[in-house]
Design a protein. Structure first.
Length: 126
């Protein structure tokens, strides 16, 4: 697939998973990367039916880099932190590697401190 088709694929993937329960069959329509599948399932257990948005995208070859936001309500335990029922918004940078209309690999970096601050369990020092 060309870079523009890969960007369109990622938009379709975000739209399909945004705001719904992320079941294994739904995820596997788009993803074969086991680590990404586990990551999506884990965060869907913490922020059920979270939404994901692509704010910016760059594509080259079979890779797409996305500046993304995820929004949801903290309703599941996160690393020993009980549900706070607060609305959470996380910013992330994600690189997807696509082959045969599937995400086969990814790299993700997100602002974990901001996540903990929004849960009310950490304060950043300015």
């Amino acid at each position: 697939m060309d870079p523009q088709s890969n960007k369109t694929f990622i938009i379709d993937y975000f739209n399909a998973l945004s705001g719904v329960k992320k079941t294994r069959p739904l995820i596997e329509r788009y993803v074969t990367d086991k680590a990404l599948i586990e990551h999506i399932e884990f965060f869907d257990s913490i922020l059920p039916a979270y939404e994901i948005f692509a704010d910016e995208m760059i594509a080259e070859g079979n890779k797409v880099m996305v500046k993304a936001r995820a929004k949801g309500r903290h309703e599941g335990e996160f690393n020993g932190i009980p549900p706070t029922f607060k609305n959470i918004e996380i910013i992330a940078a994600i690189v997807y590697e696509i082959e045969n209309d599937k995400i086969i690999n990814h790299w993700l970096m997100s602002d974990q401190l901001a996540l903990l601050e929004q849960m009310g369990v950490a304060n950043a020092v300015a």
